[in-house]
Design a protein around this ligand. Structure first.
Ligand code: NAD
Ligand code: GDU
Length: 327
């Protein structure tokens, strides 16, 4: 039986492909390479280059892949700032892709899907840590598009036999343990890869966006989740659905927050580099603190975080220093 990985050439998707293969699953990938990398997918994985919104292309994929037991869906545009400037583009890709995928699942009788949602569906949360009971109120089109996708999955699961798990990631970071694949976004905006680009000498300095937040050292606090832990949650979620588990949503983080300055200090320790930094103005739209309460994933999926921030940065450093120009 096959797991079809949509967006398998991207940062998170490529790690899912690798770990599924390691655990003995048969894997096929769909990706239009808009932000993904062909080289991030092993040659022995069946690769379909095309757009998940393209119905006739997707029908060909589902017709060729006769034994799909489940989908993992990672395709999306996912930059908060860009979504504020191009909302229609975000709804088209993220919601549009979801429509076609749900139609394909119904047409080809594929029962299970695990997909990427995000802490961005919570907006500026009124409580911390953030549990599944915390109200979702996105403050940007990216988060809104993911919340719509969650709702579409819900209604489709009510009307058909499909079941789904929505995994709301907090801040994903890290790379594979062997340093073979990792984060290679064209326009990098994430804290850890930018810090490591400074460590590599590719940037002169890291600007920390604001030190007047309501946090212990004044810089924003985030909850970093290691890639390996994240993909383990996807595999556990798929197995849970296959075993008859009901559709559900889970918040995925380490349940521990680190300030931006703590992340910088940890990176200095791991890389043994000075990493020049400067304090800058706030970046619009950044909440003070985002920390997950992942108790529910522990109880229902038996999922527990194993890797800490130092491990995350060690693996990321291994990848970035070994591939300074990406793939
Ligand atoms: N990276 C994070 O910190 C983070 C946090 C929360 C949620 N997420 C979600 O996780 C998922 C993966 O994120 P990522 O960081 O790996 O992003 P990414 O851009 O590296 O991966 C997305 C992949 O999907 C492909 N894709 C996009 N639109 C497509 C389409 N219409 N048809 C076919 N392929 C398409 C891209 O080419 C790429 O390979 C996204 O859905 C994102 O919203 C990521
Ligand atoms: O050059 C930089 C880049 C980032 N930051 C700060 O570092 C923190 C983390 O920022 P990232 O851009 O790395 O990540 P975000 O928290 O903004 O967002 C990420 O995590 C979110 C959930 O927590 C969503 O899932 C979102 O999709 C994903 O990109 C923020 O305080 C940001 O202001 C800096 O100080 N300097």
């Amino acid at each position: 039986m096959t797991v079809l990985v949509l967006g398998g050439a991207g940062y998170v998707g490529s790690h899912a492909v690798m770990m599924l293969q390691e655990k003995g699953y048969d894997v096929a990938v769909v990706d239009n390479l808009v932000t993904g990398h062909r080289k991030a997918v092993p040659d022995d994985v069946r690769f379909y280059e095309g757009d998940v919104r393209d119905r006739s292309f997707m029908e060909k994929v589902f017709t060729t892949e006769k034994k799909i037991e489940g989908l993992m869906h990672f395709c999306a545009y996912s930059l908060v700032g860009e979504s504020m400037e191009k909302p229609a583009m975000y709804f088209d890709n993220n919601v549009g892709g979801c429509i076609t995928i749900l139609e394909m699942m119904e047409e080809f009788n594929v029962k299970h899907i695990v997909f990427s949602s995000t802490a961005a569906t919570f907006g500026i949360p009124k409580e911390s840590p953030i549990s599944e009971r915390t109200p979702q109120a996105p403050i940007n089109p990216y988060g809104e598009s993911k919340l719509i996708m969650e709702k579409m999955m819900h209604w489709q699961s009510q009307a058909t036999e499909m079941t789904y798990v929505a995994l709301r990631y907090f801040n994903v970071a890290g790379a594979s343990n062997d340093g073979h694949i990792g984060e290679a976004h064209k326009n990098e905006t994430h804290l850890i890869p930018i810090i490591l680009q400074v460590a590599l000498g590719q940037r002169e300095t890291i600007t920390i966006y604001g030190d007047d937040y309501n946090t212990p050292d004044g810089t924003c606090v985030r909850d970093y989740i290691d890639m390996e832990d994240l993909i383990n949650a996807h595999i556990k979620a798929l197995e849970y659905l296959k075993a008859g588990g009901k559709s559900d949503q889970f918040n995925l983080g380490s349940s521990k927050g680190y300030s931006n300055l703590e992340v910088l200090e940890t990176a200095r320790k791991v890389t043994q580099k000075e990493i020049p930094s400067q304090m800058g103005a706030r970046r619009p739209g950044d909440p003070d603190s985002l920390v997950a309460d992942s108790t529910k994933a522990g109880e229902i999926l038996d999922w527990h975080v194993e890797n800490d921030l130092e491990h995350i940065i060690k693996n990321a450093w291994n990848w970035h220093s070994g591939h300074p120009n990406g793939y």
